[in-house]
Design a protein around this ligand. Sequence first.
Ligand code: ATP
Ligand code: MG
Length: 367
Amino acid sequence: MALPVRESHLYIGVSNRVRYTIYMTKQTILTGIRSNEEPTIANYLGAFVPMVRMQQELAGEYQINMFVPDLHSFTTPVDHDDLYAKTLMNLKYFIAAGLDIDDQDTYIYRQSYIPAHSELTWVLDCFTYVGEMSRMTQFKDKSGENSDSITMGLYNYPVLMAADILLYGATYVPVGEDQFQHLEITRDIASRFNNKFGDVFTVPLDTKAQTSFINRDSGLRIRSLSDPTKKMSKSATDEKSKILLSDSPEVAKQKIMSATTDSVGEIHYNFETQPGISSLLQMYALLTGRKQEEVNAQWEGKSQYGEFKAVVASAVADFLEHFQARLAAISDEELLAKLERSERAMTEVANQTLLRAQQAVGLRPRA
Ligand code: ATP
Ligand code: MG
């Protein structure tokens, strides 16, 4: 029943006697691009840049599926009036960060445009236990006390994520620590299904193997500008704590100038004793592409915090100016054309897997 190789299944033609099919042997790396929140400069440095680097280094050898989990984006309340626009905008942020949409091995698609995600979720739901879902720590953390206002979507989130992964036979799913448990449940659901029905799904590698394959979360933690003992977070309500990629260069400059530092009086790169100054040194090195040691050596022991902040502020402003210019130059038509091409190709792949699952459970005749 199951096909032997299905990492990427490319159908190229039919004659009246022979159906030509090529099985590509490239393994698939699958990664989601968050869709509905305004990213910060920390998200840029900690997530966008490494993802673009991954594409540059691994496309060719691997197939890279980058999808926008738009179905996942309203498991907790959002403003639906601008969800669609924000979904496209977030993709543009990645492109402005250097993602190459012309790369032949990279597929960029929206989850909701491939109905198999929703359909497979239902099938998997019926092989997933309430007990195991109730143990998901992210659900427990986000759901709090009042279960009347918690949606089924939030509860079911990991099963949809399992469908996202299993539909494409993805082996590599580089996720941060907060998603480890969801990756493990994907492996559990897939193995359970395979044990019952035969080899229907490719089981993704475990989190240890994922971590050693791509260290996407390098541990970089740009600090909050108002409380540098905490990390910068896009969901923080204090606007002064974060630099949004949509901030004007002027506003960003002011935020850096008023960033909380310390009363040591000398500049040292030490996150324990001077987290504010150290985070600024780090941000400066990353944005200018200079070596950390070189930047540190230039400022080490100096007492001019104001002068130092002005230099960082101007590097941040320069970065935003260039970034925003690249953003404005992205063509909507080209982006939509890429999405539609990828969505067509990935619908084919996803439907093959869905059909195998449907045959397994008896919804379709077995071949
Ligand atoms: P939220 O406040 O909603 O949790 P966030 O800013 O922490 O938002 P996430 O959506 O949790 O962002 O994570 C998106 C990506 O950004 C992850 O890869 C994460 O490692 C990275 N990231 C988040 N915060 C930082 C930070 N302060 N420094 C570097 N990378 C970060
Ligand atoms: Mg976070």
